[in-house]
Design a protein. Structure first.
Lengths: 37, 526
């Protein structure tokens, strides 16, 4: 159980970082596309 | 079990910290969920007070109580508070309280980020509300923040923008938490297609938030640079285009509309089977319908902009795409009705709110279909018909689902039953008054009364008076809800673990109130 939770914690962080990067990509691409009119 | 592990377990079994610091430093999903719900209730009452100012001013034609600039601030900030401060945090609160219990997890996947997501919010809204004390007053250009009007706003402008950035950041972090929890923290045997619909609708909502909140953040950042850094994203004089802002804004704000309603669908899908004592009709079609609505929500944004002038092909595309949303929504309404069909129904307060939701949300859906018809939207656009439409879907839709959910799960959270008689009275007084408040606004809109005006032609006087009276009763009756909730938290008849005999799901296997750490051992789901 403990070991399993430790492993889950790592996956949690990886998933969170990936989703955060997706959000950032939407932010940057929104501004970039707007700047091109 | 070895001694070392036992000692470790002891460490994990601690209860909440004492005093105020418990709430500041907590990483517990139930504490954070509770704080979200309390915050949402405060914002609901504050936004409601602003609505009362609006309805008081509109009680009679002519300028009575407030000056027009302040009136416009009231409409703008009422919307911002209700959307970002009341409905969204209420759903996030419910997600925090319920998702770990529903999927059999010990807590949310990222508890520290959870704490941060919540504690950003009070500062964001303090920042927004502080603008009322600045040169130029509160924001008054409408919650849609259209340039060039919003760029003429006074000293509060950067505060408005940064507060929206903070709200967005909080929502994005909350959504990441939900997605990671659902994907990685489910109990063994809890497959995706076994999850309660509330979890499903929230999972899809979280994707919508991650895709659209950054777009809003981008749009308001560009407003900021247009105002202070000499860019001309939205200024025609510098080669930009103000209508482009509307496209970007509604690319965010249309999915936002579904962010405000999908979790409500999940709540209603939990309540109706319980009180009809039948399993939900068409579970998998509910999941696919929710996903379809989410997909369609990205390709309908320009139906908010039919009158800005666009090619006929564009108008037709957005018109038909919008109408297509009626199909999965119809599937949902059909499934709820079919769940009730030949069920052993009883009408406790949560069920009353759920049935009220199904009927009145559908009224709002139908007026939405009317608005989707491009040629007739030219008459309805920016009239009270639009105001009536979105208040039916948001008040008798989203808010009713939240209230129903609060009554449904309150005995589980507090361990005490609420007063059923008072709950039912709250439902009936709210339902009568909310219809007196919003139904006449359809007539006003069809007759041509524009939105966001503090004064109007005398021909609109009668329906405005009736609408305002309904508004005052509806506003006051919500104080009864606050009383019922506080009374239930403080005591009352003890609730059983299952609370409702027809209730199914992991959260009902826990004691009422649940222990501080919901599931220390993952439950087995068959």
């Amino acid at each position: 159980m403990e070991k399993n939770l430790e492993k889950k914690k790592k996956t949690n962080v990886i998933l969170a970082v990936v989703l955060g990067l997706v959000a950032l990509a939407f932010y940057v691409s929104g501004i970039y596309l707007s700047s091109r009119g | 079990m070895s001694t070392a592990t036992a000692a470790h377990d002891d460490h994990h079994d601690h209860g909440p910290a004492k005093g105020l610091m418990r709430w500041v430093t907590t990483t517990n999903h139930k504490d954070i969920g509770t704080m979200y719900l309390i915050f949402a209730l405060i914002m609901f009452l504050l936004g409601g007070a602003m609505a009362m100012v609006i309805r008081a001013e509109l009680f009679q034609p002519g300028l009575q109580l407030v000056d027009p600039q302040f009136f416009n601030s009231m409409t703008t900030v009422h919307a911002l508070l209700m959307i970002f401060g009341a409905v969204m945090p209420a759903f996030t609160g419910l997600a925090n309280l319920l998702i770990p219990m529903m999927v059999g997890a010990p807590d949310m996947a990222l508890p520290r980020m959870n704490n941060l997501s919540f504690w950003i919010l009070p500062f964001a809204f303090l920042m927004l509300l502080s603008t009322f004390f600045m040169q130029g007053g509160g924001p008054a250009g409408g919650w849609t923040l259209y340039p060039p009007l919003v760029l003429q706003y006074g000293d509060g402008f950067p505060f408005l923008i940064f507060s929206i950035h903070l709200m967005g950041l909080s929502s994005i972090m909350g959504s990441i938490n939900v997605i990671v929890t659902v994907f990685n923290m489910r109990a063994p045997g809890m497959t995706l297609m076994k999850m309660p619909l509330f979890v499903w609708t929230w999972l899809i909502t979280a994707y919508l938030l991650i895709a659209t909140m950054p777009v809003l953040a981008g749009a308001v950042t560009m407003l900021l640079t247009d105002k202070f850094a000499g860019t001309s994203f939205f200024s025609a004089a510098g080669g930009g285009d103000p209508v482009m802002f509307q496209h970007i804004f509604w690319f965010f704000a249309h999915p936002e509309v579904y962010i405000l309603i999908l979790p409500a669908f999940g709540i209603v899908s939990a309540i109706i089977p319980t009180f009809a004592r039948k399993p939900l009709f068409g579970y998998s079609s509910m999941v696919y319908a929710t996903a379809s609505i989410a997909f369609l929500s990205f390709i309908v944004w320009a139906h908010h902009m039919f009158t800005t002038g666009m090619p006929v092909a564009g108008e037709l595309f957005f018109m038909y795409a919008t109408m297509m949303i009626a199909v999965p929504t119809g599937v949902k309404v059909f499934n709820w009705v079919s769940t009730m069909w030949k069920g052993s129904m009883t009408f406790e307060t949560p069920m009353l709110f759920a049935v009220g939701f199904v009927i009145m949300f559908t009224i709002g859906g139908f007026s939405g279909l009317m608005l989707a018809i491009a040629p007739v939207d030219f008459q309805y656009h920016d009239t009270y018909f639009v105001v009536a439409h979105f208040h039916y879907v948001l008040v008798t839709g989203a808010i009713y689902a939240i209230m129903g959910g609060a009554y449904y799960w309150l005995p589980k959270w507090t361990g005490n039953m609420y007063n059923e008689k008072l709950g039912k009275f709250h439902f009936w007084i709210s339902t009568i008054s909310v219809n007196v408040l919003f139904f006449p606004q359809h007539f006003l809109g069809l007759a041509g009364m524009p939105r966001r005006i503090p004064d109007y032609a005398v021909q609109f006087a009668d329906w405005n008076l009736i609408s305002s009276l309904g508004g005052f009763v509806f506003g006051l009756s919500q104080l009864l809800f606050v009383y019922i909730v506080i009374k239930t938290i403080r005591g009352g008849e003890k609730a059983t673990d299952r609370v409702w005999e027809g209730a199914h799901g992991l959260e009902w296997t826990l004691p009422s109130p649940p222990p501080y750490h919901s599931f220390s051992e993952a439950p087995e789901v068959k």
